[in-house]
Design a protein around this ligand. Structure first.
Ligand SMILES: NC(=O)c1ccc[n+]([C@@H]2O[C@H](COP(=O)([O-])OP(=O)(O)OC[C@H]3O[C@@H](n4cnc5c(N)ncnc54)[C@H](OP(=O)(O)O)[C@@H]3O)[C@@H](O)[C@H]2O)c1
Length: 130
């Protein structure tokens, strides 16, 4: 059975929606949680809520726009500096599109690919190596 002792989870898009529920569930079971999104105020609010509920939880807040490869790279360098191995990765942050492909501006399609595909693969690759 999978032990939750000394495990670190990283959740992208943790302050809202599905990511928030996943982050809360993991916070109740693990020692360490890394939460990522663009807006630092929402991350800090989430961190404060989880910390008050789980005082021994170790929470690392990192703001990053994962649709920008340079921001992803900078995030990985910061994670490296913290020397944290990630045991559980939840690639939750992502974009959906209801518009027809041919009607979507290229910049939107590119942003979806950067976030849903490239950032997801980059983080997954990083977590295997770390
Ligand atoms: N809800 C649904 O019905 C549904 C259906 C199918 C698939 N999904 C997928 O499930 C995932 C979660 O959906 P949700 O509805 O829970 O989303 P949500 O409520 O809109 O929350 C998205 C979260 O991701 C963060 N985020 C968005 N863009 C980001 C970026 N570029 N870099 C870093 N963080 C970013 C947001 O925070 P910031 O804005 O502060 O960055 C927020 O915390 C998404 O991948 C979505 O495509 C959802």
């Amino acid at each position: 059975m999978f032990s939750t002792l000394n495990r670190v989870a990283l959740v992208t898009g943790a302050p809202a929606g599905i990511g928030l529920e996943v982050a809360k569930a993991l916070a109740s079971k693990l020692d360490s949680l890394i939460v990522i999104a663009r807006r630092i105020d929402r991350l800090q609010q989430l961190s404060a809520e989880l910390q008050s509920r789980y005082p021994s939880l170790n929470i690392l807040v990192e703001a990053a726009d994962l649709s920008h490869p340079e921001a992803v790279q900078s995030l990985l360098e910061r994670l490296n500096a913290h020397d944290r191995n990630v045991d559980i990765l939840v690639n939750n942050a992502g974009l959906g599109e209801s518009e027809l492909f041919e009607h979507s501006p290229w910049i939107r399609i590119r942003q979806i690919v950067e976030l849903n595909v490239l950032a997801m693969l980059r983080l997954t690759h990083y977590c295997y190596l770390a």
